[in-house]
Design a protein around this ligand. Structure first.
Ligand code: PEP
Length: 250
């Protein structure tokens, strides 16, 4: 039985004050008996503050990005060991905003994925198609290419300690959500693709859905057989909405 997981991707939002309010709302609404693992992914500069706010709770911290380099002359970059130093356990890699706006290729994402694993952290690998790719029937081709790049670089064993997030790009921040059936179809495809290499790993890997998940649609999406929770952007910035989504995953 896979444990459900809900990760909140705060993107480039927040301030010291708003984060304090958000975290106290989230802390107040979660219970130690909840089944779902909850992860919050603040901007780098707030990692330390959030680490102080999750002490004694079951919430884990994730980063939104990482360098594949371990140290040195890489101005502006943050390494895996630095993230660990601040108590982070997860790293989002290959988010579509990083692929589209910062030119991250499948190869770059694979390097980051491997560096994250080698450093002992858990990558949350984002995959997903653009609207025009879906409309031209290329969803599986795109998702397969993104997954295969990781298998080639990290081997299927990399997925033993990783999470996959299916995030159709057309659904991110747009208010357009994939239907539960559309999500299930791609999640099942992801599992089948990984099962070509190892059915045990494919069966165990948590696959999250991301793309305009909110308090109203989470339960239906999470009820699908191969959906193990969500990667949540906009709705993770409001404690009440995020808590409702976490409850839906329990
Ligand atoms: C995301 O950024 O990963 C995401 C899914 O955003 P949103 O929930 O706002 O669509």
């Amino acid at each position: 039985m896979r444990q459900p997981l809900v990760a909140g991707n705060w993107k480039m939002n927040g301030s010291r004050d708003s984060i304090k309010a958000l975290m106290s709302g989230i802390n107040a609404g979660l219970s130690s008996s909840d089944r779902a693992q909850v992860v919050v992914c603040p901007p780098f500069v707030y990692l330390d503050a959030v680490a102080g706010m999750i002490k004694g709770t079951k919430i884990a911290i994730g980063a939104q990005n990482v360098s594949h380099e371990s140290a040195g002359a890489f101005t502006g970059e943050i390494s895996v060991s630095m993230l660990q130093d601040f108590g982070a356990r997860y790293v989002i890699v290959g988010h579509s905003e990083r692929r589209a706006l910062y030119g991250e290729s499948d190869a770059t994402v694979a390097h980051k994925f491997t560096a994250t694993l080698l450093g002992g952290m858990v990558p949350i690998l984002c995959v997903g198609e653009l609207l025009e790719e879906r409309e031209s029937g290329k969803t599986e081709e795109v998702v397969a290419r993104q997954l295969d790049a990781i298998v080639t670089h990290a081997s299927i064993k990399g997925f033993e300690a990783a999470v996959v997030a299916y995030e159709p790009v057309w659904a991110i921040g747009t208010g357009k959500t994939a239907t539960p059936e559309q999500a299930q179809e791609v999640h099942a495809f992801i599992r089948q693709r990984l099962a070509k290499h190892s059915s045990t790993i494919a069966e165990k890997v948590q696959i999250l859905y991301g793309g305009s998940v909110n308090a109203g649609n989470a339960e239906q999406i999470f009820s699908m057989a191969d959906v193990d929770g969500g990667l949540v952007g906009g709705a993770s910035l409001k404690a009440a909405d995020f808590l409702a989504i976490c409850r839906a995953a329990n």
